[in-house]
Design a binder for this molecule. Sequence first.
Ligand code: ATP
Ligand code: F1X
Length: 305
Amino acid sequence: MIYTVTLNPALDYFVRVDEVKIGLVNRSAADRKEPGGKGINVSRVLKRLGHHSEALGFIGGFTGEYVKNVVEQEDIGTNFTTVEGDTRINIKIKGHEETEINGVSPVISERALSRLYEQLAALSPGDALVLAGSVPESLPLEIYKTMTAEAQAKGAEVFVDTSGEPLRQVLEAKPTFIKPNHHELGELFDTVISAPEQALPYIRQLHERGIHYVLVSFAGKGALLGADGQIFAASPPKGTVKNSVGAGDSVVAGFLAAQKEGRSLKEAFCFAVAAGSATAFSSTFCRLEEVERLARTIDASIWEG
Ligand SMILES: Nc1ncnc2c1ncn2[C@@H]1O[C@H](COP(=O)(O)OP(=O)(O)OP(=O)(O)O)[C@@H](O)[C@H]1O
Ligand SMILES: O=P(O)(O)OC[C@@]1(O)O[C@H](CO)[C@@H](O)[C@@H]1O
């Protein structure tokens, strides 16, 4: 079974404002609401790719109810823990550029946290656990490290997509897979990485430190994958970007789905990049047929190893 954990879910509120005028009243041309948070997005994309998962994490208030209802209507398993306070609202403004304002998490109580650890204690070999997104302020920054160790002790594989200090800390537990984007990888090594070639020594280092799959995404410049002593590079397909929110989550879901289907490493990597691009090219998330179509156009070459 695949479990996704979203410690900090959101109601994503998308607004189209052709030109944002700071200090004035702006009126949106269109808007829409979606359940959000990285783990929840991974579950939603997995569903579109034909894989069932169960979404765990903390939700609260009317916004939390909305998130849970929509996810359940999509026939995705949920076992959320309810907290006091409202799940945050994250504002995604689509104008000439994309601007995001992510809200503040409700406080997570000791009791709610214990319930999540009880869920991890029930994992078993063959399970995959996805830990994705930011860590609420009321929780310790090393929480992903602790959760990874708990899950591994039960024989589960752990896939992590986070940034900053939680990413730095979780590396000590050697999760199976990480997917920083190039900004996040740069932040980790206190440097700036803007081109794929610059990421090679850092991917090598992480892989040698025991992270089996290190997938670094470069938005429109594609992605690199360090795995099995090799580094693969893939250029993304060309297309018109409609919405990049969730593109990274689609890469994680795509890689996991392809792995579960027993595809080769190279195929899984191309499928993951295709899922990211298919999401970027659509107004919501990717569809399986489009991912398969794009995956056939992507070639992953070996840069090292
Ligand atoms: N302009 C683009 N053209 C083609 N593919 C794209 C483009 N932007 C993103 N993608 C696809 O999405 C993947 C992930 O993008 P990105 O590196 O922006 O991830 P991210 O920063 O984690 O995304 P997000 O946080 O917005 O979900 C890329 O590897 C690529 O496959
Ligand atoms: O604030 P975090 O947890 O880092 O990111 C949350 C978020 O921006 O990530 C998803 C897209 O990847 C959105 O659905 C959500 O709003």
